[in-house]
Design a protein around this ligand. Structure first.
Ligand code: KG4
Ligand code: ZN
Length: 335
């Protein structure tokens, strides 16, 4: 009997549902909330309300696109955290109601572990142990992945996440939220060496991005005093230079981790892994160091339920189900 799982992701501002059958993804439907653009960031209360509006049609489409029905499911999975509590509650309450109504086991999934397990959606997969650099809007982590459900955080940011560094830079440049993809787009036509931003000295495998944000702010203030049109005239070069600095900071620690643990399978995941500069730099570093590099397809970089479904599948195989009174947590610890 094939194992079918319906998975729901609602940790931030994407409402997503996916169906996985025996480890093969059958559908992955994501509704992105554009309402936050005008506020320059995700407004938690609005995000919860948008999830409420979208969750039924999104789950319906995921079942339809997979050519299946709730009655064929063997389990229901949801993102248990970390994330915005109001948003998490919509997904978890919905998943728990479905599990109760259909008398199905429930599976809780850690959002960051799911970003890593997104590498097991495609046919080309890393082998254990591998190192994964997980870069999203809320996290920047280096993870030693020993098995599907056995992972160890070996380095992380001490302040801002890499995605926040992109988004806050974009805000300083008056670009709309989320700024990461826009910086990426402008950077493609800019000179990465045009402006130099300092690189912080952070011990071990940890990261820090808040100093970069401050140096960009002071740099822009100085330049704008001399020429009020500085940003318009130099937007592409500023974006390319900032992106270059963030990418070199990430790659430097990733390289240090790979050589310290003597591991040659190296992956990236999370929203920032959609960044073309990071993807290219990882390919180049892979060639230079003899690594096997793993880069998710764009669809599985930013938040999606496909990654929750694949993580849930491995938890199901391991017999890791959750009780109906399980609750999400905004700061869910690594398990
Ligand atoms: O993983 P994700 O979808 O949500 C969280 O779990 O946080 O990551 C969202 C983050 C945002 O900060 C967004 O600006 C960034 O990923 N991002 C990018 C790109 N696409 C998304 N940053 C740089 N370049 C991109 N192409
Ligand atoms: Zn995420």
């Amino acid at each position: 009997m094939p194992v079918h799982i319906l998975a729901i992701e609602s940790s931030c501002d994407e409402t997503s549902a996916a169906v996985i059958c025996d480890g093969t993804l059958r559908s992955n439907v994501t509704a992105t909330q554009s309402i936050h653009e005008k506020y320059g960031g995700v407004v938690p209360e609005l995000a919860s309300r948008e999830h409420l509006l979208r969750i039924i049609p999104v789950v319906d489409s995921a079942l339809q696109q997979a050519g299946t029905a709730l009655s064929a499911m063997n389990a229901i999975a949801y993102t248990a955290g970390p994330g915005l509590i109001g948003s998490l509650l919509v997904g978890s309450s919905f998943a728990k109601s479905l599990a109760l109504a259909a008398n199905l086991p429930l599976i809780t999934v850690h959002h960051m572990q799911a970003h890593i397990l997104a590498h097991f959606i495609s046919d080309r997969r890393p082998s254990f142990p591998f190192i994964c650099l997980t870069v999203s809007g809320g996290h920047t982590q280096l993870v030693l992945v020993k098995d599907y459900l056995d992972m160890e955080v070996i380095g992380e940011t001490r302040d801002d996440a890499a995605g926040e560094a992109f988004d806050k830079t974009a805000a300083l440049l008056n670009l709309p939220y989320p700024g990461g993809p826009l910086i990426d787009r402008y950077a493609r036509e800019g000179n990465p060496k045009a402006f130099h931003f300092p690189e912080p000295v952070v011990p071990h495998l940890d990261f820090s991005f808040s100093g970069l944000k401050t140096s960009i702010r002071y740099f822009l203030q100085d330049q704008l005093k001399k020429d009020s049109a500085f940003v318009q005239k130099n937007l592409k070069d500023i974006c390319a230079s900032v992106q270059h600095r963030i990418v070199t900071m990430l790659l430097q620690k990733l390289g240090r981790a790979a050589s310290y643990y003597n591991i040659s399978h190296v992956a990236i995941s999370g929203g920032v892994s959609a960044n073309t500069g990071l993807r290219k730099a990882l390919q180049d570093a892979g060639e230079a160091n003899g690594w096997n590099v793993f880069i998710p397809e764009f669809e599985y970089c930013t938040d999606n339920a496909g990654m929750i479904a694949v993580a849930a599948y491995y938890k199901f195989l391991a017999g890791e189900t959750a009780p109906l009174d399980s609750a999400p947590s905004p700061s869910l610890s690594w398990c």
